[in-house]
Design a protein around this ligand. Structure first.
Ligand SMILES: NC(=O)c1ccc[n+]([C@@H]2O[C@H](COP(=O)([O-])OP(=O)(O)OC[C@H]3O[C@@H](n4cnc5c(N)ncnc54)[C@H](OP(=O)(O)O)[C@@H]3O)[C@@H](O)[C@H]2O)c1
Length: 249
């Protein structure tokens, strides 16, 4: 077996996209750290990765809302990594706009998970990445963050704000070898979107993970996955308000 030179830490290791990405990384010979709340379930996925791909894979407890724990979590990940550590930010929640309007605590929890929790854990992990001379951060944003839609503008706001955080994070740590790829994801067929009506240009988690994995090897900055969303969002963003507002998207 070839020596393992890198580890992908999947934050949200139980997410549909995170699990598909972990399969890709392990198939390419990388070690995998699956981070999330349900450690028993993550350990089963890690065992599957070890068995299928013969790479080191393990689980680690992570709760985006437990900000106090993030520094200790980052230190633990540094000791568990084989070779250089890279990150996939793949956790998030998306209650409906109506549910958030009915329950402000649900809205607060979404902001705290998607934005505060993401910013906190990336900040805690920055010294680890810098200390090893750099690393790649792939963060799952959303086309929903590119123009506020009536049906999900609170979720979209968390993703737009995450994008601004990532811009500054990339600029701040670039000279220490940290590369940031902000993926503006279109709809993917996962637990997050199962409650929604069929969405346009929806892709499977495996197809999404394959495209993201390819981009993660060389890309930085912002990129749409799948690519069709670049022209679609350019068109949607160019619509005047009077037209956009009538669409009730
Ligand atoms: N699916 C799409 O169409 C789509 C489009 C654009 C962007 N994205 C983004 O892609 C990422 C992955 O989404 P997915 O579609 O794969 O969704 P998913 O299968 O529903 O997974 C969401 C994950 O987030 C985790 N999570 C929620 N709250 C957490 C917390 N406090 N601490 C740690 N983990 C927490 C969940 O963990 P538990 O299992 O413990 O609940 C779950 O594993 C999300 O950031 C999402 O916003 C998805």
């Amino acid at each position: 077996m070839a020596a393992v030179t890198e580890t992908w830490l999947v934050l949200g290791g139980g997410s549909t996209i995170g699990r598909a990405f972990a399969q890709r990384a392990a198939a390419a010979g990388a070690a995998v750290l699956l981070a999330g709340r349900d450690v028993a379930e993550l350990e089963r996925s890690a065992a599957d990765l070890r068995l299928r791909h013969g790479v080191p894979a393990t689980s680690v407890l992570f709760d985006a809302l437990d900000l106090e724990a993030h520094r200790g979590f980052a230190r633990a990940c540094a000791t568990l990594a084989h070779g250089r550590l890279h990150l996939l930010l793949a956790f998030g929640v998306m209650p409906t706009q109506a549910a958030c309007e009915a329950d402000p605590q649900l809205a607060q929890r979404m902001v705290e998970t998607n934005l505060t929790g993401a910013a906190s854990v990336l900040t805690a992990l920055a010294p680890v990445l810098r200390g090893q001379g750099g690393g790649t951060v792939v963060a799952l944003g959303s086309v929903a963050g590119q123009r506020g839609r009536p049906r999900n503008h609170l979720y979209g706001a968390t993703k737009a704000a995450l994008g601004v955080f990532l811009q500054g994070y990339a600029a701040r740590h670039a000279r220490h070898g940290v590369r940031v790829l902000h993926v503006l994801a279109g709809p993917v067929d996962t637990a997050l979107t199962w409650p929604l009506p069929k969405l346009p240009f929806m892709v499977s988690p495996a197809a999404f993970a394959a495209a993201t994995w390819r981009l993660a090897r060389r890309g930085t900055g912002q990129v749409h996955v799948p690519r069709i969303w670049a022209p679609v969002m350019a068109a949607i963003r160019a619509l005047p308000d009077r037209v956009f507002n009538r669409l009730d998207l």
